[in-house]
Design a protein around this ligand. Structure first.
Ligand code: GLY
Length: 416
């Protein structure tokens, strides 16, 4: 098979890495890709939102399967553009990607189908939102911009004043543009968070091994919230009892709900969960693999990733055998100084040969590229999250120890 992957981050590197292991694969392309992906795939200079060019490329190169990594093209309808030309593509159509693209849609869905989530109210009028916040007695409150906002559209407001300022920022000053035309105000929940990615074929949803993202920028769970600075899998809080409850009250009902609404979900559905005192609840849905969750979940997959993706597009997921290893895995991200706020690009990276740690002492460790590019043959930084060191081992402690023992060999100015 000839495969095209759309995206340029660590998630797409992990997807390409999994595709490359399939005995079915002849050639991998990635649009636009990055320097790590270029080690084993051909990177094509087409942006993820250039749907016409992506479709034309897939037709000209007789691509058998395209896998969409990122949220923006999915929410924008890239799958519909491919399907309109009879091309096979892994990912939800626009009418199903809305489960990530609109928080109001996903909350209404959960309410209608009794899927456990935080209590909420939705507003498309700023004054009504201000009045509601003024009537609230219990804080913190959670504000969520309805649309995609580069992972920054959620504010946890400790006080009434903070919440009023948040409404002003999102709905009046439009910090997130049109994504803030509608807002969801949610009850604040507490408990350990769990990410569960799942393969879906429209009817069936098969959860992958659980994981736990670590969003704070610095070690010891300190610093600003980021897109994710490290992940472990499996998630120690996700016991088999919790998994059973999630299966019956969240996973199956969500797939059924999407089907009943006329928008069956095909692709990877990401359940962002919180294990509260009242049981597991949905914090958010994403319509794609998590980043960096994919980087630790996919290495534990035992089965042919490409075959599974193809089955998702065909509605035959139940016919494919796969499982997850009982090992543990971890990723630790190396980021640019200043991230998640402003940071410089173009810093020379040393310590890597052919994209991997030059003198790596662990066979179980590999490097995933998130924001890198080659300039005149030299590897330089090209993003906030630059590289991730992934380790798979018999225990979580060993996986973390091995990742941390290799990570200091990667160097660039202001790395952390
Ligand atoms: N790591 C969180 C996400 O992919 O949205």
């Amino acid at each position: 098979m000839k495969v095209l992957i759309v995206g340029s981050g660590g998630r797409e590197h992990a997807i390409a890495w999994s595709v490359a292991k399939s005995p079915k694969v002849d050639k991998i392309f990635c649009a636009p890709g990055n320097a790590g992906i270029a080690e084993f795939a051909e990177c094509v200079n087409i942006g993820a939102m250039e749907f016409d060019k992506l479709v034309a490329f897939a037709k000209e190169n007789a691509i058998d399967l395209t896998i969409i990594g990122m949220d923006d093209p999915l929410v924008g309808g890239v799958v519909d553009a491919f399907e309109a030309e009879g091309l096979r593509v892994f990912g939800p159509r626009k009418n199903a990607a809305i489960i990530e693209g609109s928080k109001a849609f996903s909350k209404d869905l959960m309410k209608k189908y009794n899927i456990p989530t935080a209590a909420f109210e939705t507003f498309d009028d700023a004054q009504a939102a201000f009045d509601y916040i003024n009537s609230l007695e219990k804080f913190p409150a959670v504000l969520k911009a309805d649309g995609l906002a580069l992972g920054k559209g959620v504010l946890i407001c400790q006080t009434k004043d903070e919440a009023l300022s948040g409404i002003q920022e999102i709905m009046v000053d439009k910090h997130f543009g049109d994504a803030g035309n509608t807002i969801v105000v949610e009850e604040f929940l507490t408990g350990p968070e769990v990410s569960v990615l799942s393969f879906c074929d429209g009817k069936t949803c098969i959860p992958m091994i659980s994981s736990q993202d670590h969003k704070r920028a610095h070690d010891g769970d300190t610093g600003l919230n980021t897109g994710g600075m490290g992940v472990i899998a499996p998630n120690p809080y996700y016991t088999s009892e919790v998994a059973k409850v999630c299966e019956e009250t969240i996973f199956k009902p969500t797939l059924k709900a999407m089907e009943a609404e006329g928008c069956p979900f095909k692709g990877c559905l990401y359940f962002g969960l919180m294990i509260t005192e009242d049981g597991p609840k949905v914090i958010e849905y994403n319509a794609r693999f998590g980043d960096p969750e994919a980087q630790v979940v996919l290495p534990l997959l035992q089965g042919d990733f490409l075959k599974i993706c193809k089955a998702c597009t065909e509605g035959t997921l139940n016919d494919v055998d796969f499982s997850f290893s009982d090992k543990s895995s971890a990723i630790v991200i190396v980021a640019s100084g200043g991230y998640p706020q402003s940071y410089a690009k173009g810093k020379v990276i040393t310590g890597l040969t052919n994209g991997q740690i030059a003198d790596c002492e662990h066979d179980n460790v590999h490097v995933i590229h998130a924001g890198t590019k080659l300039v005149d043959g030299q590897l330089v930084t090209n993003g906030g999250r630059v590289l991730g060191v992934v380790s798979v081992s018999n225990s979580l402690k060993e996986a973390l120890d091995d990742a941390y023992s290799e990570i200091d060999k990667i160097k660039f100015e202001d790395a952390f």
